[in-house]
Design a binder for this molecule. Sequence first.
Ligand SMILES: C[S@@+](CC[C@H](N)C(=O)[O-])C[C@H]1O[C@@H](n2cnc3c(N)ncnc32)[C@H](O)[C@@H]1O
Length: 236
Amino acid sequence: MTFRSEADAERLAGLDASALLAQLGCPAGEIGVAVGDLMERVNAALIGASYSKLGLEAGEHILEAGLGNGGHIASVLARASRLTFTGIDISPTMIAAARSRNSAFAERGQVTLEIASVASLPFPDAAFDKAIAVNAVYFWPELTAGLREMRRVLRESGVLVIAAMTPEASLTMPFTEHGFKVYGPTSLREACFEAGFDRVQIERYADAPSAPATPRREFFLVRASRMSRGMSEECR
Ligand SMILES: C[S@@+](CC[C@H](N)C(=O)[O-])C[C@H]1O[C@@H](n2cnc3c(N)ncnc32)[C@H](O)[C@@H]1O
């Protein structure tokens, strides 16, 4: 396993699986910083695939919920011209890390980072063109309510992408014993419709093992959108 720094490696060396899993829902303190760095590295390919699914276009406003340490933001902004990025996370440690890594973008007004929960997003209706949450729905207090909040802040015909491990993949570690909520495709699809999206596509994505002898991880990539009024009745 490779870490961003030796200090990260030392902080995580003594951590057993249950302490690591407990940190994933809200990384905190020095260990939280190291966990954020680990997630950045291990989840880089998944985050890239999820953003490809989102299909960013010039000038769009993006919201990411549960963004972790924000190490990926520069590569997101490079995907199209004139993008602006807003990230929220319940973890003050992750927001501090993301702010320090993206201060130049923040000074230019291209990046905004806030401590907030998906349960109550501090943004007006229809503020964003695209929204995304990677490896985050497991911790949301309520899936449909979180999706409804994400839809509320999306403009009409805005797009949401959710990346979440499959129930089969969740068996590789005691995720559910540590409070992770893992959803099958039917639950994800129904929750999206209930939250007011009217187009939902779900595909499976498997990423390469991050280290030898590590199991291949499989995720659902959910792409949900809401067509503009008028179209939705004819084209459902
Ligand atoms: C497993 S980490 C994933 C981080 C990053 N997206 C990735 O894939 O590497 C989950 C993140 O979601 C955040 N989180 C948990 N509950 C949340 C909530 N209700 N609202 C917003 N963020 C939340 C955690 O603090 C954590 O940073």
